[in-house]
Ligand binder design. Structure first.
Ligand code: SAH
Length: 246
């Protein structure tokens, strides 16, 4: 198996790159791709940058140029479900593009000419990701003082729908609009559904996990740097390590 792993956060993918022994680096389309052995699995790692276009072009390159068999994406997201707290994890099932609106030609959220409004992650990968995440959350990988800083007490993992769009959601108004239109959505981010669409089009199984970093409202611009460095990147490494060793 050759696995493609991507992230929209520099800190997260860098932490993974550091665990690859002498990675081979390729520059292509303004991105860097790192190939090498990741805990015994052939891997290609890439930092996608933010947004649907950036992540779509990165995942297409992983599939076409680097010929990965599966794609994993790790990142952070804003909570849409009130039951989610910062530090919880969502394993994405269905992926919607909340800013797709070609009415009146197509229904709101329908992907033009695809005949659907969402793309589904691989059930098999999700089962593995879920247990990898549960095992990670039950370990003591995050320091107590870091947990305290972000008020993380008993982090949990859930599965559910995720919405993506080219918008950093940081107002109650925008968050409410998405919640009303897509009430099944657990969290909001900027890449997942684009990656999902490209993987579906090439018939490549994919799994996307998101650590909740904010509540997608006026408090959304928390200390992200600290959060990705001290929480989200540790989650990514720990979860992917469990996933690959399972
Ligand atoms: N590290 C940045 C913030 C990252 S937020 C900083 O220095 O401020 C943007 C990334 O996190 C995107 O890739 C997106 O997928 C995800 N994300 C996290 N919270 C989000 C929100 N409330 N709305 C949209 N995307 C969010």
């Amino acid at each position: 198996m050759r696995i493609g792993i991507m992230s929209a956060m520099h800190e997260e993918i860098n932490a993974l790159i550091q665990t690859v022994k002498s990675p081979r680096t390729t520059r292509l389309g303004d991105r860097s791709y790192y190939e090498g052995d990741l805990w015994g699995t052939e891997a290609v790692l890439a930092f996608s940058r933010w947004g649907k276009v950036a992540s779509a072009s990165t995942v297409a390159t992983l599939i076409l140029k680097f010929e990965v068999d599966v794609v994993l994406f790790t990142g952070v997201a804003g909570a849409m479900d009130n039951a989610l707290d910062i530090g919880d994890v969502v394993v994405g099932e269905a992926f919607y593009q909340h800013d797709m609106d070609a009415r009146p030609i197509f229904k709101q959220f329908e992907i033009p000419l695809a005949g659907k409004s969402f793309f589904l992650a691989s059930k098999k990968l999700n089962t593995k990701l879920l247990s990898a995440t549960e095992a990670f959350l039950h370990s003591d990988a995050i320091d107590d003082d870091v947990k305290k800083t972000f008020a993380i007490t008993a982090p949990k993992v859930i599965t559910g729908a995720i919405a993506s769009g080219d918008k950093f959601v940081s107002s109650n108004k925008d968050a409410e609009r998405i919640k009303q239109a897509l009430p099944q959505v657990k969290c909001v981010e900027m890449e997942g559904a684009a990656v999902a669409q490209v993987c579906a089009e090439y018939d490549v199984p994919f799994g996307i996990i998101r650590t909740i970093s904010d509540s997608a409202n006026h408090t959304a611009d928390i200390d992200f740097m600290k959060f990705t460095q001290e929480v989200a990147s540790k989650y990514s490494i720990g979860i992917i390590r469990n996933f690959l060793n399972a």
